[in-house]
Design a protein around this ligand. Structure first.
Ligand SMILES: NC(=O)C1=CN([C@@H]2O[C@H](COP(=O)(O)OP(=O)(O)OC[C@H]3O[C@@H](n4cnc5c(N)ncnc54)[C@H](O)[C@@H]3O)[C@@H](O)[C@H]2O)C=CC1
Ligand SMILES: O=C(CO)COP(=O)(O)O
Length: 332
């Protein structure tokens, strides 16, 4: 991919919180960083060392070359990070197709499953950019923590172990430790599904159902996550790691998580319109459908999808979950 003496050239697609934080991490790892944002004001602000819309109150180093021009962003790049929301991936890949240099790795950093098709994001890349080696970066990592330089660990997965190791080394820096994995599906599924359970945990907190209920929700949610992992072909142990258990622990316990905060608003019966991006919302609907299609027992997932669809209330969902037939504590 690159000689050791050359400065890595990294392109970030997306000028939101995570795109900006990862651009900074790459800058601190010594890369030449270009960032594509569709909004000119955001691009200008990032070039000046701030992103008040998505990272309010954080001033950061200048050096990221932000642009609204895709050709400029992708010119002679040797690695692309895709950091726009999961549901926009297909559109973004179709836009970059004409400008993407051949055989350059595309690292997926969004967390979700395509709502319309049930496709994992790596499958969408294979469909639209078949020549791009695909990788996934995921794990417990709030953009604000990474942008502030706080210690964070993630996992980078690629089918080819050498690529996974190379990318993990490329993006690791003093405050960002990247582990390598060859289980792309496990790593992406862990990140996508934890968002749904973060909404559930937030709803429990918002409805003031207590810390015991919250622990039960997260634990049983983790069982459902692992069951879906089996269906998709994830390696079970991957979901015990940073992308899976690690990200579940982070986002099911902190209002810093937009998915958890969305759940809190749901549990309190507040207005949901205008809340920040909560990737678990579209993913809940499709994940519940896939679970039903494959005969996977996933009552929490189904409850979240039904609440979001307005079919039941949080309290009705809890009542239904608590009165299910008694059984052994099946852990898979
Ligand atoms: N914020 C965080 O702490 C983390 C976020 N992620 C994931 O990263 C992804 C992006 O999240 P954030 O950056 O936080 O979201 P954000 O809401 O802060 O920013 C999203 C950005 O994508 C842009 N965008 C949306 N649709 C687009 C399109 N069709 N074409 C071009 N640009 C488009 C928006 O203009 C905005 O700049 C999500 O999947 C999220 O789950 C992953 C780890 C941490
Ligand atoms: O994925 C994240 C941290 O790992 C960010 O979570 P939210 O999208 O819920 O804010």
């Amino acid at each position: 991919m690159r000689g050791p003496e050359k400065t890595p050239k990294t392109t970030i697609l997306g000028g939101g919180a995570w795109g900006t934080a990862l651009a900074l991490a790459a800058l601190h790892a010594g890369h030449h960083v270009r960032l594509w944002a569709r909004d000119g004001e955001i691009a200008k602000a990032i070039t000046k060392g701030k992103n008040p819309r998505y990272l309010p109150g954080i001033a950061f180093d200048t050096g990221i070359e932000a642009t609204t021009d895709l050709q400029t962003a992708l010119d002679q790049t040797d690695c692309v990070l895709s950091v726009t929301p999961a549901q926009s991936l297909r559109m973004v890949l179709n836009e970059i197709r004409a400008h993407m240099p051949a055989n350059i790795p595309l690292v997926l950093c969004a967390k979700g499953i395509e709502r319309e098709t049930g496709a994992l994001l790596s499958a969408i890349v294979t469909e639209i950019l078949p020549k791009a080696p695909v990788a996934v970066l995921s794990g417990p990592s709030f953009a604000t923590d990474v942008a502030r330089g706080l210690p964070t660990a993630v996992v980078v997965a690629a089918q080819d172990d050498a690529l996974a190791m190379d990318l993990a080394a490329r993006f690791s820096a003093r405050n960002l430790r990247c582990y390598a994995s060859t289980d792309i599906i496990g790593v992406e599924l862990g990140g996508a599904l934890k968002n749904v359970f973060a909404i559930a945990a937030g709803a429990v907190a918002g409805a003031e159902l207590g810390a015991s209920a919250q622990a039960a929700m997260v634990t049983r949610g983790f069982v459902e996550l692992r069951r879906l992992g089996v269906v998709f072909g994830a390696q079970p142990e991957t979901l015990m790691g940073l992308s899976g258990l690690g990200d579940l622990l982070l986002t099911c316990s902190s209002t810093q998580s937009r998915n958890f905060a969305y759940g809190v608003a749901l549990g309190r019966g507040e207005v949901l319109e205008g809340l920040p991006l909560a990737e678990g919302v579209p993913t809940a609907a499709i994940a519940a459908r896939l679970a039903a299609q494959h005969g996977v027992e996933a009552p929490i997932l189904s409850a979240v999808a039904a609440i979001l669809a307005g079919v039941i209330t949080v309290h009705e969902a809890v009542e239904a979950l608590m009165t299910r037939p008694l059984k052994h504590e099946n852990l898979i």
